[in-house]
Ligand binder design. Structure first.
Ligand SMILES: NC(=O)c1ccc[n+]([C@@H]2O[C@H](COP(=O)([O-])OP(=O)(O)OC[C@H]3O[C@@H](n4cnc5c(N)ncnc54)[C@H](O)[C@@H]3O)[C@@H](O)[C@H]2O)c1
Length: 331
C-alpha cells in the first residue's frame, strides 16, 4: 500500500488501475482507498486486465517468481519487492522471462534511493575515506514476525526478510561480490515458535569476505521492540562514514530527573518514506525512457544467493563459499 499510495497520488504520470489479493477484506479495502479501482482475487486476472501496463509485487516471497514470470510473459513491466525470490534458480527464471519480452524489471532495494545512503555512496566514490575496508550494516526491526515468516521454507527467515537490504548495501558500498560468508543465529525473543518452527531465528550475525578482499558484517533481528534500528558504518583505509541512528528527529526533553529523552525511530515506513517514493518514480521513468532500472534482477539475485549461503552456514556451522560473479562496478 505504500507503493500503491505513491503511484496513485505522488508519482508523476502514474496511476493505479487494479489490485489483487486473495484475502477479500484486504483487496476491497485497498480498492476503496485507491478510489474504487478494479480488484481481483487471482493475480492472473489482474495481469489479463488491459488497463494494466506494469505490476508491483508485494506478496509473500515464495510467490514472487511465479507472479513475476506470469507478468513478464504478458509484457507487463515488473517492480518486485525484495527478497527477489527463494533461490538463485528462481531468480534466473525471472531474469530470463524479463529479458525475453524486454520489460523493465526492478527490485525494491529502496535504500539505494535514500538521500543519506546516496550521499555516503558519493563520498566513498570521491575517495573521502580511501579504499573501503569493512562495511557494517544492521537492521533490527521492532515488530513481531508475520505468520508466514516463521516458516523458513516460505520466507528464508530474517536473513531474507530483514537483511536483504543490508546484504545489498554491503555489496553496493564494497563495489564487489560476496566470496564467502559465515553466519550464526538463534531464536531469543519468540520461544513460542520453537516447537513448530525449530529452524526459525530472530537474531542473526553474518560476516563476509568479498572478491576484492574487503569485509562485511551484517546483523539482523525481528521483534526487538526498542526501535527500528537501521545503521551502517563504512570503514575505509583513512576514514569512516556512518549512516543512520536511533533518534527520530532532533527534539530533546531534559527532565528534572536530569534525564535526556529523545524519541526513537519507530518504523521503516517513515524512515524510508522518501526512498520508497524515489524508487517508484525511478520505475516509471525507466519505463518511459525505455531503459533498464537502476536496481535490477542481477542485484536481487546476488542478495538471494547470500541469503541461501547464510542459512546454509547457520545449519552447517561452517563458512560457505559463493561462486564469484564478475566484479563490475556497481552503480
Ligand atoms: N522493501 C521493503 O522495505 C519491504 C517492507 C515490507 C515488506 N517487503 C516485502 O514485501 C513482501 C510482502 O511482505 P509484507 O510484510 O507486506 O507481507 P504481508 O503478509 O503483510 O502481506 C502480503 C499480502 O500478500 C497477499 N497475498 C498472498 N497471496 C497472494 C497472491 N497469490 N496474490 C496477491 N496477493 C497475495 C496477502 O493476502 C497479504 O495481504 C515480502 O516479500 C517482504 O519482504 C519489503
Amino acid at each position: 500500500m505504500i507503493h500503491a499510495r505513491n503511484f496513485a497520488r505522488l508519482v508523476p504520470g502514474a496511476g493505479v488501475a487494479a489490485v489483487s489479493d486473495p484475502v477479500v477484506d484486504a483487496r476491497v479495502a485497498a480498492s476503496k482507498e485507491l478510489g474504487g479501482v478494479s480488484e481481483y482475487a487471482d493475480y492472473r486476472a489482474l495481469l489479463d486486465d488491459v488497463k494494466v501496463d506494469a505490476v508491483l509485487i508485494a506478496a509473500p516471497t515464495a510467490l514472487h517468481c511465479e507472479i513475476a514470470v506470469a507478468a513478464a510473459e504478458r509484457g507487463k513491466h515488473v517492480f518486485c519487492e525484495k527478497p527477489m525470490a527463494m533461490n538463485p534458480a528462481e531468480c534466473d527464471t525471472m531474469i530470463a522471462a524479463a529479458e525475453k519480452t524486454g520489460i523493465v524489471f526492478q527490485i525494491g532495494f529502496m535504500r539505494r534511493f535514500d538521500e543519506s545512503f546516496r550521499a555516503a555512496y558519493e563520498q566513498v566514490q570521491a575517495g573521502e575515506i580511501g579504499e573501503v575496508v569493512l562495511v557494517k550494516s544492521c537492521t533490527h526491526g521492532p515488530t513481531y514476525p508475520k505468520p508466514w515468516m516463521f516458516d523458513l521454507a516460505q520466507s528464508n527467515g530474517p536473513l531474507a526478510e530483514v537483511c536483504s537490504h543490508d546484504i545489498d548495501t554491503v555489496r553496493w558500498f564494497t563495489g564487489s561480490e560476496f566470496a564467502e560468508v559465515y553466519a550464526i543465529a538463534g531464536n531469543y525473543r519468540t520461544p513460542e515458535a520453537r516447537a513448530s518452527y525449530p529452524d526459525f531465528y530472530d537474531q542473526v550475525l553474518l560476516s563476509a569476505r568479498f572478491a576484492n578482499g574487503s569485509q562485511g558484517c551484517i546483523t539482523g533481528a525481528q521483534g526487538v521492540q526498542y526501535a527500528y534500528d537501521s545503521r551502517v558504518e563504512i570503514i575505509g583505509t583513512h576514514g569512516l562514514i556512518s549512516i543512520g541512528g536511533l533518534n527520530a528527529g532532533t527534539t530533546v526533553v531534559c527532565t528534572r530527573e536530569k534525564e535526556l529523552r529523545r524519541p526513537a525511530v519507530v518504523s521503516w515506513t517513515g524512515l524510508y518514506r522518501d526512498a520508497y517514493l524515489a524508487e517508484d518514480v525511478e520505475f516509471i521513468n525507466a519505463i518511459r525512457e525505455e531503459r533498464s532500472a537502476r536496481v535490477t534482477g542481477r542485484d536481487g539475485r546476488a542478495a538471494v544467493a547470500v541469503v541461501n549461503a547464510g542459512n546454509r552456514s547457520i545449519i552447517e556451522r561452517t563458512p560457505i563459499s559463493l561462486e564469484c560473479a564478475s566484479s563490475t562496478p556497481l552503480s
